[in-house]
Write a protein that binds this ligand. Structure first.
Ligand SMILES: *[C@@H]1O[C@H](CO)[C@@H](O)[C@H](O)[C@H]1NC(C)=O
Ligand SMILES: *[C@@H]1O[C@H](CO)[C@@H](O)[C@H](O)[C@H]1NC(C)=O
Ligand SMILES: *[C@@H]1O[C@H](CO)[C@@H](O)[C@H](O)[C@H]1NC(C)=O
Length: 382
């Protein structure tokens, strides 16, 4: 199944053509390392990030893929006002969390020079288009899949051992936070594409079980590499993403329920698995954050949060701006601050900030179980 050939939709070929021929307005920028002003000692020595475009901070700038965010308008509201590879107008959740932890923004694995100063505060391995299944997203081009990202983490660990000694490296890793946000592309670029007839072979529930147990295996691998503090993110309500609202011809702005139901089921299962793992693995602190709950809270109470555009993306083309991907500044709205969605699939930085605050301490809505990230790092500081 993992070697299945993937049917390439015509629209993606056309898009690819436009994308390749379009003028490049910006080059990938060096990773900014902006420390939070006044800097108390960090609450964790480092933050390591594994995942997909929800947390890619520049990995795909180095890959041959159409899933890249290395040109404006991406990054226009970021700290540097430059594109970095982040799939948003500004910060992604791990940027906000790095600041909460008292750490600089974490460099991408492929963007750093490989010396210890670059990786001492953490490394981001996340790659847009990546999924739990190796071939998910491969119609977009290259990406670094979950298993490969865990291998890169192993490589970082070995480099830390060489430079600081085994005991110090193990202490560093066991006190650090590993943030995992992956799985949505297994639906977007695999299951929902009907790749190799997969939905005849797998009912949604079985597909969910397959994904969840694969992710569980990688969590155990990370534990065996001395990771003790993990944040496992659930799946977002992509049935509400402009891409699917457009594709399913939604008229009234309601979300595509069958797609959201799969995310709900995956999250239900993953939360249970994380709970079991946290009991099973000695000294493990693993939390599950249900980004579906947090996102639905934002969608339902959008007025209170100051959003008045809830189903149309800021950047894109077609109904809901869901037809074409965001390719140029001319395709973007002038001010994204009233928008929930930045492009076809990704939220604005304002939404990312709200979700990060919920991960940190449940500021706007409870979505993490059995505790928040802040509880985890402060508990450990005793
Ligand atoms: C997936 O493909 C199979 C065989 O080609 C087809 O019978 C099935 O209806 C397709 N499912 C969807 C959701 O398109
Ligand atoms: C949203 O609010 C802004 C300013 O508060 C306003 O300019 C804009 O027209 C509103 N958009 C919609 C779709 O209501
Ligand atoms: C966008 O609008 C908000 C208020 O609606 C305002 O505070 C902000 O400065 C605007 N941003 C830009 C870049 O114009």
């Amino acid at each position: 199944m993992e070697n299945a050939s993937v049917i390439i939709p015509i629209s993606i070929i056309l898009l690819s053509f436009i994308f390749l021929c379009g003028p490049s307005t910006a080059q990938p920028q060096p990773q900014p390392a902006i420390p939070p002003s006044p800097s108390p000692p960090p609450l964790a020595p480092a933050l390591f990030v594994i995942g997909d475009s929800s947390v890619d901070s520049g990995t795909n700038n180095f890959l041959a893929t159409f899933a890249r965010a290395d040109r404006l308008p991406y990054g226009r509201d970021f700290d540097t006002h430059q594109p970095t590879g982040r799939f948003s107008n500004g910060r992604i959740p791990v940027d906000f969390l790095a600041s909460r932890l008292g750490l600089p923004f974490v460099p991408s694995y492929l963007g750093q020079r490989g010396n210890v100063e670059d990786m001492i505060h953490g490394v981001n391995y996340a790659s847009a288009g990546a999924g739990i299944i190796v071939s998910s997203g491969s119609e977009l081009g290259q990406h670094i899949s979950l298993t490969q990202q865990v291998q890169q983490f192993t490589d970082t660990f070995q480099q830390l051992i060489i430079s600081m000694g085994e005991d110090a490296a193990k202490t560093l890793i066991s006190n650090s936070i590993v943030y995992i946000s992956i799985g949505i592309n297994d639906y977007i670029h695999y299951y929902l594409l009907n790749a190799s007839n997969v939905d005849n072979l797998f009912l949604p529930w079985h597909f969910n079980r397959f994904l969840a147990s694969s992710l569980m295996r990688e969590i155990k691998n990370l534990y065996n590499l001395n990771v003790r503090k993990m944040v496992v993110m659930g799946l977002a309500p992509i049935g509400c993403a402009p891409r699917y609202m457009w594709e399913y011809g939604i008229q009234n702005g309601e979300c595509v329920e069958p797609i959201n139901d799969m995310a709900i089921e995956f999250n239900f299962l993953m939360r249970y698995i994380v709970e079991k793992l946290a009991e099973e693995l000695p000294d493990a602190n693993i939390i599950f954050c249900d980004v579906y709950e947090g996102s639905m809270d934002i969608l339902k109470n959008h007025d209170q949060y100051g959003f008045n555009v809830t189903s149309e993306a800021c950047c894109g083309s077609g109904k809901y701006k869901g037809w074409l991907m965001c390719l140029s500044p001319e395709m973007a709205c002038s001010n994204a601050s009233n928008y929930i969605w930045w492009d076809q699939f990704h939220p604005t930085d304002t939404v990312n900030g709200i979700l990060a605050a919920n991960i940190w301490n449940g500021e706007h809505a409870k979505m993490c179980y059995p505790m928040h990230l802040q509880d985890m790092v402060i508990q450990k500081a005793n």
